[in-house]
Design a protein around this ligand. Structure first.
Ligand code: NAG
Ligand code: NAG
Length: 357
């Protein structure tokens, strides 16, 4: 019944250092590599020459990759949706700064959407997605981490993504001198690390002292804006990744009940876009998760089994002037190192499978 269904990745293309990471996970999910994606459309959302040059290399790297450039000018991000042209296809809308997703994520989203025609769209269970960050906090997923405020005297070893290789944080329980958990402290220096609070067995870290204590169940507020909470969220996730217990993030479904959801990674039918394109509201996100689902009385659901990580929101990047924010941590280098390792493994797997054929 599903045999003629096309499944298409739709990435809003922008920043090459982030796309370099995402590329690894998309390639694993192409049909030729055992995934569900028939193709990936890179919908161009930048005019930076270096990023556009990188896109050309990316397109040359796989025949299932193509780009779309909007044929006219639309408001905000609406133009990126112009790439949708197949009403019977399912589109996976993915932000360029999704830096990790599990192999089952796309199959889970597609199945959930197909099994539930009443759903308008199904979102992945996204780490660093404002309201969900609060949910993950209450699931007990965050670990104690604080920034390293001064450069270590010995340069740290080459990038590893492994939390276990970080030195322990040794400082006051409420964080380094002068550090405020609400994100009002600027990041100390470019490439700084966040260090784990390692307590003697039997002691619990008091999470009310931590940046994640400021998170709220809200699409806006500190969950969107506190760069320090975002850093703690990312280093906590990397620790779970190393410890092999990302299953702790999972649940069945979470109903957004027509409330605002940040659309970093979701599955949606081509027909539901084409019916209303170009959208009558300039804010594509508000329109697709609130206005339109409410008109149709079709829900927006998070599939808790489809785990993905979103690197950062604009307000977490630009917490302070000069793009001082989460990018001043080394979290992206860690995700890059992890993706490079996954790539090494995939190449080995590809070679082996070709030999078998
Ligand atoms: C560490 O990184 C530098 C710069 O990328 C490289 O020249 C060096 O060989 C690396 N060292 C190790 C031990 O991998
Ligand atoms: C953040 O916390 C600091 C230290 O507690 C406080 O001085 C400052 O007013 C707070 N800022 C905001 C915006 O709440």
């Amino acid at each position: 019944m599903y045999s003629l269904l096309f499944i298409i990745g739709l990435v809003f293309f922008g920043r090459r250092e982030l796309v370099h990471v995402l590329d690894c996970y998309l390639k694993r999910n192409l049909k030729e590599n055992g995934g569900l994606l028939d193709e990936v459309i890179w919908s161009v959302n930048t005019n930076k020459v270096d990023d556009l040059a990188y896109l050309e290399d990316l397109l040359a790297s796989n025949p299932s990759y193509r780009k779309h450039v909007a044929t006219k000018t639309y408001e905000w991000y609406i133009g990126a949706w112009e790439a949708v042209d197949d009403p019977s296809a399912i589109y996976l809308k993915i932000d360029d700064d999704v830096v990790y997703f599990e192999d089952n994520a796309i199959p889970a989203l597609v199945k959930r959407l197909l099994d539930n025609p009443q759903y308008f769209t199904v979102s992945a269970n996204v780490v660093n997605n404002p309201a969900l960050s609060w949910v993950h906090g209450h699931m007990g997923l965050y670990k104690g981490y604080y920034p390293e405020m001064t450069s270590p005297s010995q340069p740290p070893p080459n990038h590893s993504w492994r939390a276990s290789e970080l030195p322990s944080y040794e400082g006051p329980r409420e964080g380094p001198e002068g550090f405020a958990k609400n994100g009002s402290t600027p990041p100390p220096f470019k490439g700084h690390r966040w260090l784990p609070v390692r307590l003697p067995e039997g002691e619990t870290y008091d999470m009310s002292l931590a940046p994640v204590d400021t998170l709220t169940y809200d699409a806006f507020g500190p969950s969107l804006k506190n760069w320090a909470a975002a850093a703690q969220i990312q280093y906590s996730f990397l620790q779970h990744l190393e410890e092999g217990d990302t299953w702790r993030y999972k649940f069945d479904i979470w109903d957004y009940n027509y409330k605002r959801l940040s659309i970093n990674f979701l599955a949606i039918r081509g027909s539901d876009i084409l019916d209303v394109f170009p959208f009558p509201e300039r804010d594509d996100e508000a329109y697709l998760v609130q206005t339109r689902p409410q008109q149709l009385r079709r829900r927006v659901i998070v599939d808790g089994t489809a785990l993905a990580v979103h690197f950062a929101f604009g307000s977490q990047y630009n917490a302070f002037e000069g793009k001082k924010g989460i990018r001043w941590t080394d979290a992206l280098d860690r995700y890059t190192a992890y993706a490079d390792e996954v790539n090494q493994r995939s190449r080995w797997w590809n070679r082996k499978s070709r030999r078998l054929i």
